[in-house]
Each structure stands twice: as C-alpha cells, then as structure tokens.
Design a protein around this ligand. Structure first.
Ligand SMILES: Nc1ncnc2c1ncn2[C@@H]1O[C@H](COP(=O)(O)OP(=O)(O)OP(=O)(O)O)[C@@H](O)[C@H]1O
Ligand SMILES: [Mg+2]
Length: 283
C-alpha cells in the first residue's frame, strides 16, 4: 500500500505550491490514475513517490515504511517510467535492457532470461539488435516499460505512458497494463487520455493546481454526474447536459427542437466538469 500524507512541494523561487497538502492511499494491486491539466503537479508527485525528488513537507509510506528512510528497499520494489523518453539512443534495445539489469545488480543469466521474456512481451524481440534511435515512439515507450519490468517490481509508476502514440499502440499498452494488474502489480499512472484511465484504472484522482479534488472509481464518478449525456449545439457551442436515466434524456430531447445527440457519459465529461474548463454543465 502507498500512503501519501499531506505532501507539499514548493520549488525554489516559485510563487505557488506545485503540490498543496496532497493525501492519497493506493491499495496493493490497485491501478490508480492521477488526472489533471498541464502544470497540475502530476510529475512532481510521481518524482516524490519514486524518491527522485524531496517534498517540502509531508510523508510517503510504502507498505508502512517511510520511503525516505528505506530508499533502497523502495527502489527494489518500485519502477518508474518517466514522462520523457529516457533511453540511450546509441545503444541497442538489448544493451539498454542489459545495462539496467546490471545497474540493479542482477546476474547475467537472469538478465538474459528476463530480457528475452520482456522483449517478447513488448513485441520488441525482432528489434533487440537495433539501435534505440531507430525505434518508433511507441516502440521506445514499450522499451521503457520493458526496462522498468526487468527488476520484477511490485509497484509500477508510469508518467504519461502513451503520450503521442497512435490508437493501436496505445491500446496495446493498455492491454499490457491490464495484464500486469491482473498479475497483482500495483499501478500508479498519470495520463491526459482520460479514456486510458477509464479503461485501465480501478480508481482515479483529479488534481489541479497542486490540490487533489476528487478520488473515486470511474463508475461512481460517472454515475454521480449522470449516466447519460445530451449534447446540444447552442450559441455556437456544444453544451452537455447529464441525466441519471435515458428516459430523462429523451424527455429533454422532446422538449426542444435543437440539434441534440444522446450518448453515454464518459469519465472525460466528469473531468471537464470538475476541472471547470469544459463546455459541459449539469442539467
Ligand atoms: N524543476 C522545477 N522547477 C521549478 N518549477 C517546477 C519544476 N518542475 C515543475 N515545476 C512547476 O511545478 C508545477 C507542476 O509541474 P508538473 O511538472 O508536476 O506538472 P504536470 O501535472 O506533470 O504537468 P504536465 O501535464 O504538463 O506534465 C508547474 O507549475 C511547474 O511549472
Ligand atoms: Mg507531467
């Protein structure tokens, strides 16, 4: 279990807090998504959880242990896939994996075994002798995930794992993540693709300007807003109205002659509503 308690972070010379009293609990084996606009504080939180940076105040516990006190244990338990591609482009795929294995103290035999398995798992086996520079963006992301899995982590932290990928490549990564979750791994991820969180995550938290506003399952969030949405094009904008039952949405449609589309509400609707920047509003 990851317990995040009252974490604040203020960067030197910054006027505002990047994180402002963030508290969250992520259960073992849970897939947890952190959603928020640019600059919300997601990467800052990930880098504190992975001990790459220190909070200004507050504590984080993993399985009851304070992470700053048990840094080596935490490093063994947890792997981080960063937002920016961080692989040596002049190395081959296999060399990238081997270097990481050696740095985490694995034996040559174990590295070779796990490397074969993971490159196969991430569809990179036939690229193992290619330079990382020659991989597509999606393949580079997959290589970062394969590398993060080399040490058999209990917790995988991913900061925007599918940014810039085409829909097929993105879905392949979703399937990988769902698979890892089914094998009991704890997943903590950030994404701007709300659909990604809806597909992969058991629970999500919304974060804005360093503060967490909502934490719940996508299902509960969608239900609370209203399972059905009616999109109305009015005054040169699309406005979405939300209803608990489809009959309510249909009644609304029959009461107006405007152009309306009824559909199921998504987590993205909830996000846009909560973040206050969306076009949606409740009926
Ligand atoms: N090294 C740094 N020094 C100073 N300020 C920083 C630093 N890193 C981040 N910030 C500031 O902290 C705030 C949170 O940034 P952070 O990178 O955590 O946001 P984010 O939610 O990951 O955004 P994005 O979705 O764009 O990746 C921003 O206001 C940012 O400008
Ligand atoms: Mg970020």
């Amino acid at each position: 279990m990851i317990q995040i308690k009252d974490i604040t972070k203020k960067y030197p010379k910054a006027e505002q807090y990047a994180l402002d009293k963030v508290s969250l609990e992520i259960g073992t084996g849970e897939a947890f998504g952190i959603l928020g606009p640019n600059g919300a504080g997601k990467t800052t939180l990930m880098s504190i959880i992975t001990t790459l940076s220190r909070p200004s105040s507050g504590n984080i516990f993993v399985d009851g242990e304070l992470i700053t006190r048990k840094r080596n244990d935490i490093k063994r338990k947890l792997s981080f896939v960063t937002q920016h591609i961080s692989i040596r482009k002049d190395m081959t795929v296999r060399e990238v994996m081997e270097l990481s294995g050696r740095l985490s103290g694995m034996s040559g035999r174990l590295i070779r075994e796990k490397c074969d398995q993971l490159l196969e798992y991430t569809d990179l086996s036939d690229k193992s002798k290619n330079c990382a520079r020659g991989l597509s963006g999606g393949q580079q992301r997959k290589l970062m995930i394969a590398r993060a899995l080399l040490s058999d982590p209990e917790i995988l932290v991913l900061d925007e794992p599918t940014v810039g990928l085409d829909p097929h490549a993105r879905r392949k990564i979703w399937d990988m993540l769902i698979n890892l979750k089914l094998r009991g791994m704890t997943l903590l991820l950030t994404t701007h693709y709300i659909e990604e969180a809806e597909n992969v995550c058991d629970r999500v938290a919304f974060i804005n300007k360093g503060k967490v506003s909502d934490v719940d399952t996508p299902f509960k969030m969608i239900n609370d807003l209203g399972k059905y949405a009616a999109d109305v094009f009015e005054e040169n904008e699309t406005h979405s109205y939300f209803f608990p039952e489809i009959q309510d949405a249909e009644e609304f449609v029959s009461s107006t002659d405007k152009m309306i589309r009824i559909r199921e509400t998504t987590l993205e609707d909830v996000f846009l509503n909560k973040m206050g920047e969306g076009l949606g509003r409740e009926a």
